[in-house]
Write a protein that binds this ligand. Structure first.
Ligand SMILES: Cc1cc2nc3c(=O)[nH]c(=O)nc-3n(C[C@H](O)[C@H](O)[C@H](O)COP(=O)(O)OP(=O)(O)OC[C@H]3O[C@@H](n4cnc5c(N)ncnc54)[C@H](O)[C@@H]3O)c2cc1C
Length: 300
């Protein structure tokens, strides 16, 4: 399957960008902040909260990292102005972590001030294992004075279950829990889907046990059923969790089911001018994603 995906990926990179855009528009809300705000408004009307994310990663220059930070500042202000139920997610390497820790943290500090001033929340996405330590360290450093900050944990990493103790330093865990999207070695990451799911449930239960808040970010409907069972069996308080899904991924009616159960449900909306380079880079990194996209195109 891997080889077929690589061939498909090669063919995709040969197609005109305008053609790819037709398919990408299902998953990406457009290029501008106003496109994203309009999509957010529509989803809010249907009862969903949203997270906005400007596509991009591995920023190379200080000026670029500062520009992106300013784009996020504008976005916080637009969310407030339009009275939208939306928070923001950023990638550490998008706002400067590849340049230096100082650059990343100085930009993060600007964003956290803006998040506070606009009464909003910032989540730091989790990138590859190369930056897991730094992402956790910075999150803890800033959480000391900011309640409006959280990060993400990945169920495929063996270390995650122990990282929860570290992340709980201030007894205010606020995490998104996902399976993990990067290609990681078997030395540090579980490879089997079933075992990742088992670990996902274990991590979910531990966050709940630690009285934390968890964003349940998965499209895996069997896993969601298992989570529902845990919620019912353990009578988990609705205030301790929300469900999260990526914009455009079909969920077989689950999103509406969450809403009808009064479970908070958040759609993660990526957008931005870099949608093409970003999407191709991510596909190259993990060609198995091609599977999802094709399956979704032909099943819905
Ligand atoms: C809100 C949200 C935020 C995320 N943030 C991060 C993060 O910070 N760091 C990180 O490493 N990963 C992140 N991810 C990605 C996540 O780690 C998984 O790689 C991805 O969601 C696929 O895993 P799954 O749990 O959906 O289950 P899978 O078993 O992989 O997928 C279940 C089904 O969902 C569909 N599907 C899943 N993903 C996609 C997709 N991208 N496009 C189309 N269809 C798809 C497919 O039909 C698939 O069969 C995030 C995911 C979500 C939903």
């Amino acid at each position: 399957m891997m080889i077929i995906n690589q061939i498909i990926l090669f063919l995709i990179t040969k197609l005109p960008k305008s053609f790819i855009k037709i398919f990408a528009s299902r998953y990406v809300a457009g290029e501008s902040q106003l496109d994203a705000i309009e999509t957010a408004k529509k989803l809010n009307k249907k009862g969903f909260s949203v997270t906005l994310d400007i596509l991009g990663e591995h920023t190379k220059t200080v000026q670029e990292a500062k520009n992106i930070t300013q784009e996020y500042v504008k976005l916080f202000n637009l969310i407030e102005k339009n009275n939208i139920d939306a928070n923001i997610s950023i990638k550490p390497t998008h706002i400067g972590l590849d340049i230096s820790i100082e650059e990343f943290e100085s930009n993060l500090s600007i964003l956290l001030n803006t998040a506070s001033n606009t009464n909003n929340f910032l989540r730091i996405d989790m990138e590859s294992s190369l930056v897991t330590n730094q992402t956790i360290n910075t999150t803890l450093k800033f959480q000391k004075n900011n309640k409006n900050l959280g990060t993400v944990v990945q169920a495929y990493l063996y270390r995650t279950i122990d990282d929860l103790n570290l992340l709980n330093k201030f007894n205010n865990l606020n995490l998104r829990l996902c399976k993990g999207i990067y290609k990681e070695s078997e030395r540090i990451a579980i490879q089997s889907r079933n075992q990742i799911n088992t670990n996902y449930l274990k991590i979910f239960e531990k966050i709940i046990h630690l009285k934390g808040f968890v964003g349940i970010a998965t499209h895996d409907q069997a896993l969601i059923e298992d989570i529902y069972k845990l919620i019912h069996r353990n009578k988990i308080d609705k205030k301790q969790f929300e469900f999260q899904a990526l914009y455009g991924v079909p969920m077989g009616g689950w999103l509406e089911k969450h809403l009808s159960n009064n479970y908070k449900t958040r759609i993660y909306i990526p957008f931005g001018p870099n949608w093409y380079d970003y999407s191709i880079r991510r596909l190259k990194e993990n060609p198995n994603i091609v599977n999802y996209i094709f399956k979704n195109l032909f099943t819905n």
